[in-house]
Design a protein around this ligand. Structure first.
Ligand SMILES: [Fe+2]
Ligand SMILES: [Fe+2]
Length: 265
């Protein structure tokens, strides 16, 4: 088993597809991951399962790989119900989680914006460009930059989980460029397709950060490092001032009023 836990997960899953199915039961989504160069031991470590769950998962994986081997079954106390783990974040990471909330409010509005674009006589270019302005200046510059320039610098940036985050940020920028091009040309299908693709990408991206990546980073930070990250994030926020998040929150409220009223009409 020692050899296997140090192997890349994609290799293991392609040789033993049952392992992919077992991981999915534990909400460990390695099968759809495009890279797959994480080692099995890191995959399990990153998800921070409780010890009993982890022991059972490793037992099942070992049985799937070596069906004839006599693997001792982990002792699980059936009377002890494992309560869902409550995630707690360090203060700077909590601030990033809170910023996701405003981004998620925009993501929730995107289907309405796409539908409105499709059914309007003429493309509302100003509306699309205002959504893009939010994405570029709040989601990307204000939020993603703190991840890329500060938080991710405190862990191994070559780790696959971080590389995927960088790739997602880049893919998102590509969708936004395409949506802008669609708005300039008045191409409704191009706007809709790219805004919806951005929504899908960022929804999964934020879920991965909130539930897996941020807790994984927090577990690696010392108290001194938490203080440093906090200070650097505060300095980054101070450099743009309070007006920026306030401006974008106001924009989201306006958009919610416009589209929620449309729905209740
Ligand atoms: Fe991110
Ligand atoms: Fe994020």
């Amino acid at each position: 088993m020692h050899k296997v836990i140090n192997q890349e997960i994609k290799q293991i899953i392609s040789a033993y597809p049952e392992v992919g199915r077992i991981l999915e039961e534990y909400n460990i989504g390695c099968v759809p991951c495009s890279v797959g160069s994480c080692l099995l031991k890191d995959v399990v470590g990153i998800h921070n399962l409780d010890p009993e769950k982890e022991a059972t998962l490793m037992y099942r994986i070992e049985k799937a790989i070596y069906p004839g081997r006599n693997v001792p079954k982990p002792v699980v106390d059936a009377s002890k119900k494992s309560a869902p783990k409550k995630i707690t974040y360090s203060p700077p990471v909590k601030k990033l989680v809170d910023e996701h909330v405003l981004i998620k409010r925009l993501l929730a509005l995107i289907p309405s914006v796409a539908e409105y674009t499709e059914t309007s006589m003429k493309v509302d270019k100003d509306l699309i460009l205002r959504c893009v302005d939010f994405i570029r200046n709040y989601a990307d510059k204000y939020h993603h930059m703190k991840e890329e320039d500060i938080l991710f610098k405190y862990v191994d940036e070559k780790a696959e989980v971080i590389q995927i985050m960088y790739k997602d940020h880049d893919t998102g920028r590509g969708y936004v460029r395409q949506a802008v091009e669609g708005a300039e040309k008045g191409n409704k299908a191009q706007i809709k397709e790219n805004l919806l693709a951005y929504r899908e990408l960022l929804t999964q991206h934020i879920k991965k950060e909130d539930e897996i990546l941020y807790p994984w980073i927090d577990r690696q930070l010392s108290t001194t490092q938490v203080g440093e990250v906090f200070q650097k994030c505060n300095a980054a926020d101070a450099s743009v001032g309070d007006a920026l998040p306030r401006k974008y929150e106001k924009f989201i409220i306006e958009l919610e009023e416009k589209f929620l009223q449309e729905v209740t009409k």
